[in-house]
Design a protein around this ligand. Structure first.
Ligand SMILES: *Cc1c(COP(=O)(O)O)cnc(C)c1O
Length: 344
């Protein structure tokens, strides 16, 4: 089976399994797990922040970050195609009483600066006070595009001007850093907090990190406990995370190359709508114009290929490249796409 639905499907490597089995652990709610501490220190170092906190999922990391920056009735500005806006069950509103105000994302994952500035509300009696801006890098539902340090700086300057905080959903921030050929810290230096995932292309089985100031991380630690994310011998998970950060970042480049190959080849097929120049990391979105989405999916499944249909009516699909998809398998996928779409 060639499974392109998500990079979350990656299994832990043998080195991870070995490290997990033998990890030195303690009770992390008591802050006595040495392996968790090691991972948190490494995450803080990589993102250039004072401190970090291991959480079970990216969704929880984003949630407790927003809840630590905002109180009930506060407002956040975020992109209308952002993961927090679309795929986190509305948690910031449901659990935090925080009002999310989605603004239109550009196709490269940015939000226009003038729209952000117009969106900021403060003194009017009718308005919830804006406290926080949330960005996403790479931007999953905008072709996995990496946001640049220049754009991060622009948004930071705006946030500063109005006394707002800036949070980054950096689920795939290491993909962004690898694609832009810069250290991750260059992409996180301007944000107050960042969440990133170990469980996507970095192949760890479980885990995300929230990074920020010492004071902020203490708040998120309490929030994590509140939402049930305080874990005990979590060092077994952190052991895999250490390998993810130390050994699996540079190979993300392979996934980006495979994504480029896939995009450039399938964009030539009649009936596939795809701008290959937008494919910069490991995510490829495309639209089918000549074939029904459901039947495409079922024909692919017969060839043992899985991709995600993100919009049935529009026949929009997402393919994500990852460690368990080889160059040869990409060639197979291209060949099968051609045969299904040109011989129907
Ligand atoms: C996957 C993802 C998350 C959430 O991560 P989970 O661990 O699945 O909860 C958040 N933001 C983005 C952009 C993601 O792709």
């Amino acid at each position: 089976m060639i499974d392109l639905r998500s990079d979350t499907l990656t299994h832990p490597t043998q080195a991870m399994r070995d490290a997990m089995a033998t990890a030195e652990v303690g009770d992390d709610v008591f802050q006595e797990d040495p392996t968790v501490k090691k991972l948190e220190n490494l995450a803080a170092e990589k993102t250039g922040k004072e401190a970090a906190l291991l959480v079970p999922s990216g969704t929880m990391g984003n949630l407790i970050s927003v809840l630590s920056h905002c109180g009930r009735g506060d407002e956040i500005l975020l992109g209308d195609r952002s993961h927090i806006s679309l795929y986190e069950v509305g948690g910031v509103a449901a659990l935090g009483g925080v009002h999310p105000r989605p603004l239109p994302n550009n196709s490269d994952g940015t939000i226009p600066i003038d729209l952000l500035e117009k969106g900021i509300r403060h003194t009017d009696i009718h308005s919830p006070p804006t406290r926080l801006i949330c960005l996403e890098n790479t931007h999953n539902f905008c072709q996995g595009t990496p946001l640049t340090p220049d754009y991060m700086t622009e948004v930071h300057d705006l946030a500063k001007k109005y006394g707002l905080k800036l949070h980054l959903d950096g689920a795939r921030i290491f993909n962004a850093a690898v694609a832009l050929k810069i250290p991750v810290a260059k992409l996180t230096e301007k944000v107050d907090s960042v969440m990133f995932c170990l469980s996507k292309g970095l192949s760890a089985p479980v885990g995300s990190l929230v990074c920020g100031s010492t004071e902020f991380i203490e708040k998120t630690r309490k929030m994590r406990k509140m939402v049930g994310g305080g874990m005990r011998q979590a060092g077994h998970l952190a052991a895999a995370g250490l390998i993810a950060l130390n050994d699996l970042v540079s190979r993300l480049q392979n996934d980006h190359e495979n994504a480029k190959t896939l995009a450039s080849q399938i964009s030539k097929i009649e009936g596939v709508e795809l701008d290959e120049t937008k494919v910069r990391t490991n995510i490829v979105f495309f639209k089918l114009t000549g074939m029904d989405g459901e039947s495409f999916i079922s024909q692919l499944e017969k060839k043992e290929i899985k991709i995600l249909m993100t919009d049935k009516e529009e026949a929009i699909f997402r393919a994500v490249l990852h460690r368990e998809i080889s160059k040869e398998q990409v060639e197979t996928v291209i060949k099968e796409f051609k045969s299904i779409l040109t011989e129907q």
